[in-house]
Structures are given as structure tokens and as C-alpha cells.
Design a binder for this molecule. Structure first.
Ligand code: ADP
Ligand code: MG
Length: 723
């Protein structure tokens, strides 16, 4: 490639002086290019539809084929080169001659112009760069004045001022050269003539580095940019884009000017990345080893053994996490509804049960995984927000939260119980539909958040109390909890055997870590290092992590279909459990939500084996996981009751609530109501414990069904409601 000169610009920092052109030459050579074989057709198409279509997209490689010098010049001096190109185009489209809105948008910049946001430096200023990232913020589209026309209030002359940047510029004088009176801005006033001035639509956006470039927990860096005219408004937060544009600096500080400058990008063109796994390249050799791996009988076990190998135990949990990586099949039904394939998992547990550790591991393992905390500090939180702050420069900004940024990936949300109220109310939509809607001020938008969620939370009072039902101890609304396909509770009770195993595992892990830091471990005195290392090979992931990521990416392309026996297995499991709930006295043991969870888990199991058919074996694996967690979470006194997670109230609790309400009604004094003490005393004869009475009274008053006429006394809020 003749662009040899260009190749050195990005890395060595030496600016190779490009071939020089006179302004006329530059326009002429662009005209030649645009009129040539390759482009002429496209230019004509624009001429036909102008001004509805006013951007000509040009692949960089086409310029390079035409003239490497011009291509090189465009990379180093993009502003003048593109201006000349637009000038040339205007000449070719006669009715656009005086119209400023015609654009040459160049895409497909060479890889040495592709710069990571964190590597942008002064040497890149004013050059054409290509930056990849996730759109985090986008403002409303608003007009910006490009050429302002003023009238001198003294003599009536017209004065034009070209506007650049974000500061509005007014005339300094009523220029005599242009027929004005020559007065300076001190001795006359200028009136802006809105209808004569030119405006262009603009939008400001912010992109951040894509998560997969950030292994090791680094914070993503960000870059703001401006989009003009017909491209404005096309980008939404959460999009993965490549922005091609001219890197500019803006001076920091509004009042006192600073010597420091901030970077922004004047965006020339936007390219979209559409394929979720394209960042993972799978070669034909990879494909062979993937297929070979899938054929071995223990392939799924190996995947499971690669999930957080430093964490002891949690076999069922790890199996579910492995299935979550692969995910079920997202379906579009004939009536247009979408049924998610993403598998959501919640882990609720005592402190120190390795939840955070597991989440962080999964975020690095999963393609497009991100790790975040529920109490995120940004305005967007987990979902999205419309904000009016400095960034928008007076416009509203739509900002994407974690679930949008994890679109088509895995969102690992630690401390889910700490999320803010806004997230609480909008997270359902994300979990179920894979979208987040924002309607505030001038902004109404629906952002994509088709991600699987792995959430972790602590019990409400810090630690599980095994005597209470679990939903009461989870600080998450039941409506949210029941959206999870699997809910694991991790309790940390002293248990001699388990404790010893965990201790041994942790100790061995740490010793292995110590030894691994030594350059020549053989020299550590009095230790059989090789024995220790081979003893602790379980700490190695059972498969190469890069290979696992490829395996996952490859399997996700597969769309497995349920075999008859798999359907039968799931059907009879569901029907049999539902039967338990048929009697008057019984609880509803399981709902259709668990059936869908079972289907997703079975599909994921087939994918994990790279099997196009979901078999009974896959269904059994899914059932095992659902049984395991339902036993822990949704049973009360040995009886299965899904209402505990579906509504937060078990059947027996519901009965107790009725009893308590009627007690309040019977005992309440017209004026004062009934005291809590009296309620507790009377409820005891109905076999309701004091603790339960307190909890239920609180729940009734939270729900507005009872109220306190005075502290410690309760009355029904509305007598009629009892009827
Ligand atoms: P949590 O987020 O549940 O409060 P952490 O992830 O912070 O807990 O875990 C605390 C520490 O204990 C971590 O360093 C983790 O590796 C260790 N740990 C806890 N349980 C296990 C286990 N079963 N096996 C190995 N290490 C464990
Ligand atoms: Mg934690």
C-alpha cells in the first residue's frame, strides 16, 4: 500500500507532511474522483433526491484506490479536504450550488486511524480518527445557528457572522467594507434576524469504550462528539458504533480560560456494529475444535468446572450460571410478541458467600458482560434517565444505564436490593421485554436492553433467618423477583464438614497464589512445590477461557428445537406439581413463569452441548435446577407455594392476614382503634405469633389497609372494604 507514509502517523507520532494541494487543485481532484466510474452513479442519485438526501457516503478504500495521496491528505487534513469535496459535489449538483447542506461522509477508515478513546493524544488533534464505543448519552436534536445575520440598529445595514463552536458570536463592528456605518459594538446594537440566519440540526453524544476492551476492571473512558444535520437523531444510547470524525479541542472553563483543553469529536460519519459476537472471531480451526469439544461426553461438566473455579461448592448454582451464558432462544411469536430467551438469575445470600466474586468472574467471562452495583452513582442508574445537566448545554440528555450498555450481553448487578426507586419501577420492562422506555420532558425513547441479568442481593436484615419466609427477607418487590428464572439463596450457617472444605479450599488457593508469584518456586525451602501445584489444579479453569468464550459465541448461533420427549417431560413435571395445588386448602405450587424458565434452561442446555435438538436429558437438567431452588425458596413447612415469590405472600400468610383484619375490625374502638398489644394477645389464640402479627400489621399499614389514629393503635382504613 502506498499509504506507507500514513501508517506511521498513529503510532510514532511523527507527522509525515502530506502532499500539498492548492485549494483549486483539491476541489479539482475531488471532482475527478466524484465524477469517476465508482462514484458517479451515487452522486447522480443524490442529485435526484436532493435536498431530501444530502449525504454522500464514501468508503475510504475507494479514495485510496483512486489516489493514495488524496486519501492520506484526507486523514491528516480532513477539514479542508472534506470541505473541498463538498465544494466539488455542489458544483456537480447544480441546484445545490448555494445550499450549504451537502455532505461527504467517509467511512471505513483504515485500522491505523482506529484509536482507543484512552489513547487519544494531542498529536491526533485536527486529524481524521475512528473511535469505537458504546453510546452512553445522546441529547435531543436542536438547531444550532451556523451563519447569523444581524441588523445594525443605527444604520440598518446587514452584518453576517459565521458561527463556529458552541459560543455565540456577535459582530464586533458594522463593517464599512460591507456598506455599514463603521460603528463598533460599543456604539450601536445588533439585532439577530432569526428568519435570515442559517440553522443546522445538531446533537451531542457521548461514547464510552466497549467493555471487552476493559478486562481487569478498568473504568471506561469517554469522549463527547457532535453530529450535524441529517445524521443527528439517528443514534440512541446503547448503540455500538464507530464514529469517524475530526478530533477537536475545546478550551476548558467558561469564565476564566484555562490552558487545558478537552477533546471532542466533530463526527463526520457513524457506522453501526450489528453482530453481537463479532468481537469474537471464530476461525475455521476454532470451529473444528469447538465441534470436537462438543462431542466429548463431559463437555458440559467442563464448562461448569470453568465457572469460578476458585469458589468452592455451589454446584447447582454454577450449572445454572453456565446455562445462563448460553441462554435460551428469543422468539418472535406470530402475533408479534417477543418472548425472551435470556435467563435471569438472582443470588440472594448472607455476606461473605462469594456473591460479588462470582459476579465479577461472570462479567469477565461472558461476551459483553458488565459488572455494576445497584447503587450506581450516575443519573441513569441501572436503566436510563433523561437529565438536564452541563453535558447537554441546555438540551435534555438521554443517558443509558447498565442494562442498556449490556445490550446483548450479561449484566451482573451486585447489590440489586440497593437500586433506586426509578430503577425499581422500570427494571421489569427490561427483564421481560428487553427494552427500557423513557418519557420525560421532550424525550420519549425506547432503548434496547436485551441482556441476561445476574443479580446479587443481601437479605433485608443482613443475614437470613431460617425461621421466616424468604420473600419477607428479600428487599426486592415480588413482582421483580418472580421474573428471575432461578433464585438461589446462599446461607452461611456453621457446618463442620462444609466449613472445613471451604477453609481448605480457600487456604490452598491462597498458597497456590503465593507460590505463583515466585520466579523460581523450587527454591522455597522445605516445600514440595510441584506436589502443591499439581494438588491444586482444580483452581485452573477446566477449559481455556478464551476457548470457552468462543464456544459460547459459536453455540449462541444455534437455535435448538424441542423434541417430543423433552416437551412431555416438562409438561408432566408442570402438571404434576400444579396438581398439588388443586385442593381448596392448598397453595399454588408453580406458575407458567416457571414453565417458561424451564424451557429456557432446557434450550440453553441443548446449546451448551451444541445439540440442535432439546432432548429429555436437557429437560431433566432444567427441572433439577428449578426443583433445587424452589425447594429452598418457595416452600413453607414442607409445602410448595410459589405465591411466596410471585406475590410475597404465602397461602398460610394470606389466611393470617384475613384473620388479623377481622380482629382489627372486631376489636377496634370507634375513636382510638385497637392497640398492638391487644391484637398480639388475641392473635395468639389463633396460633399467630407475636412476630408475625407485627410483620403483618406493618404490611397492612404499608398497603394502606389499616392506619394509626394514634401511635400503637390501629383501625381499618375503610369498613366497606371488608365486605
Ligand atoms: P459477598 O459478596 O457474598 O458478600 P464476597 O464475594 O465478597 O462475598 O466473598 C468474600 C470472600 O470470601 C471472597 O474473597 C471469596 O473468594 C471468599 N469465599 C466465600 N465463599 C467461598 C467459597 N465457597 N469458596 C471460596 N472462597 C469463598
Ligand atoms: Mg458483595
Amino acid at each position: 500500500m502506498q499509504g506507507g507514509a500514513r501508517e506511521s502517523t498513529a503510532d510514532t507520532g511523527e507527522k509525515i507532511v502530506p502532499k500539498e494541494y492548492t485549494p483549486e487543485d483539491l476541489v479539482a481532484i475531488w471532482e475527478e474522483f466524484l465524477g469517476g466510474q465508482e462514484m458517479r452513479h451515487n452522486v447522480n442519485a443524490i442529485a435526484d433526491f436532493y435536498p431530501d438526501v444530502r449525504s454522500l457516503y464514501v468508503d475510504f478504500s475507494a479514495i485510496e484506490r483512486f489516489d493514495p495521496d488524496l486519501a492520506n491528505y484526507t486523514l491528516i487534513k480532513p477539514v479542508i479536504s472534506i470541505q473541498s469535496a463538498e465544494e466539488a459535489m455542489r458544483k456537480m449538483i447544480s441546484h445545490a450550488l448555494t445550499n450549504p447542506f451537502i455532505h461527504i461522509r467517509i467511512r471505513g477508515l483504515p485500522s491505523d486511524s482506529r484509536i482507543d478513546i484512552r489513547k487519544l493524544r494531542a498529536k491526533h488533534l485536527e486529524t481524521f480518527v475512528s473511535v469505537e464505543g458504546l453510546v452512553r448519552k445522546a441529547t435531543e436534536v436542536r438547531p444550532k445557528v451556523t451563519v447569523a445575520e444581524f441588523e445594525c440598529m443605527r444604520c440598518g445595514a446587514k452584518v453576517f457572522v459565521e458561527q463556529e463552536g458552541m459560543q455565540f458570536r456577535e459582530p464586533l463592528e458594522c463593517s464599512k467594507d460591507e456598506g455599514g456605518c463603521g460603528r463598533g459594538s460599543g456604539s450601536t446594537r445588533f439585532k439577530l434576524l432569526m428568519d435570515k440566519s442559517q440553522f443546522v440540526d445538531t446533537q451531542k453524544i457521548e461514547i464510552q469504550e466497549p467493555p471487552e476492551g476493559l478486562r481487569g476492571g478498568a473504568q471506561p473512558e469517554r469522549l463527547a462528539g457532535y453530529i450535524d444535520d441529517d445524521v443527528a437523531g439517528k443514534v440512541s444510547p446503547g448503540d455500538r458504533v464507530i464514529m469517524n470524525g475530526v478530533l477537536k479541542s475545546i478550551q476548558k472553563g467558561a469564565q476564566t480560560k484555562s490552558a487545558l483543553f478537552d477533546l471532542t469529536l466533530n463526527i463526520n460519519s457513524v457506522e453501526y456494529e450489528e453482530h453481537e459476537y463479532e468481537e469474537i472471531v471464530i476461525s475455521p480451526e476454532d470451529e473444528m475444535s469447538i465441534r470436537e469439544f462438543a462431542r466429548s461426553t463431559d463437555s458440559f461438566d467442563k464448562v461448569v468446572a470453568s465457572i469460578s473455579p476458585t469458589i468452592y461448592g455451589y454446584f447447582q448454582e454454577k450449572e445454572a450460571l453456565a446455562l445462563q451464558l448460553f441462554g435460551g432462544v428469543t422468539k418472535l411469536m406470530d402475533d408479534g410478541t417477543r418472548i425472551r430467551g435470556d435467563i435471569h438469575i438472582a443470588m440472594i445470600g448472607d455476606p461473605g458467600t462469594a456473591k460479588s466474586q462470582i459476579l465479577r468472574y461472570m462479567a469477565t467471562l461472558a461476551p459483553r458482560g458488565i459488572y455494576t452495583s445497584g447503587k450506581a452513582s450516575s443519573a441513569a442508574g441501572l436503566t436510563a434517565a433523561a437529565v438536564k445537566d452541563e453535558f447537554g448545554e441546555g438540551r435534555w440528555t438521554l443517558e443509558a444505564g447498565a442494562l442498556v450498555l449490556a445490550d446483548k450481553g450479561l449484566a451482573c448487578i451486585d447489590e440489586l436490593d440497593k437500586m433506586n426507586d426509578q430503577d425499581r419501577s422500570s427494571i421489569h420492562e427490561s427483564l421481560e421485554q428487553g427494552t427500557i422506555s423513557v418519557a420525560k420532558a421532550g424525550i420519549t425513547a425506547t432503548l434496547q436492553s436485551r441482556c441476561a441479568v445476574l443479580g446479587a442481593a443481601n437479605p433485608k436484615y443482613g443475614r437470613f433467618d431460617e425461621n421466616r419466609n424468604i420473600a419477607e427477607q428479600i428487599d426486592l418487590p415480588p413482582a421483580l423477583l418472580s421474573r428471575f428464572d432461578a433464585i438461589f439463596t446462599l446461607t452461611d450457617r456453621p457446618d463442620a464438614e462444609y466449613d472445613r472444605n471451604v477453609a481448605v479450599h480457600i487456604l490452598k488457593g491462597h498458597r497456590r497464589g503465593e507460590i505463583k508469584l515466585h520466579e523460581s518456586p523450587e527454591t522455597i525451602p522445605g516445600m514440595d512445590v510441584s506436589q502443591i501445584m499439581s494438588d491444586t489444579e482444580i483452581f485452573l479453569p477446566a477449559m481455556d477461557i478464551e476457548f470457552l468464550r468462543k464456544y459460547v459465541a459459536f453455540s449462541k448461533r444455534l437455535i435448538p428445537v424441542m423434541a417430543d420427549d423433552a416437551m412431555k417431560t416438562l409438561e408432566s413435571y408442570y402438571v404434576n406439581i400444579r396438581k398439588l395445588g388443586e385442593g381448596e386448602e392448598s397453595s399454588v405450587p408453580i406458575t407458567a413463569r416457571q414453565l417458561e424458565a424451564l424451557i429456557r434452561l432446557s434450550e440453553a442446555s441443548a446449546r451448551a452441548r451444541l445439540n440442535p435438538i432439546v432432548t429429555a436429558e436437557d429437560a431433566e437438567r432444567a427441572i433439577k435446577i428449578v426443583e433445587y431452588y424452589l425447594n429452598k425458596v418457595a416452600s413453607e413447612g414442607g409445602r410448595r407455594d410459589i405465591d411466596i415469590i410471585a406475590t410475597g405472600t404465602s397461602k398460610s400468610q394470606r389466611e393470617q392476614i384475613y384473620v388479623l383484619r377481622s380482629l382489627v375490625q372486631q376489636l377496634a374502638d370507634e375513636r382510638r382503634g385497637v392497640s398492638l398489644e391487644e391484637l398480639i394477645q388475641k392473635a395468639a389464640s389463633e396460633n399467630i405469633s407475636e412476630e408475625r402479627v407485627r410483620a403483618l400489621v406493618k404490611r397492612l399499614s404499608d398497603a394502606g389497609e389499616v392506619y394509626s389514629p394514634q401511635p400503637g393503635y390501629y383501625k381499618l382504613a375503610s369498613e366497606e372494604r371488608m365486605a
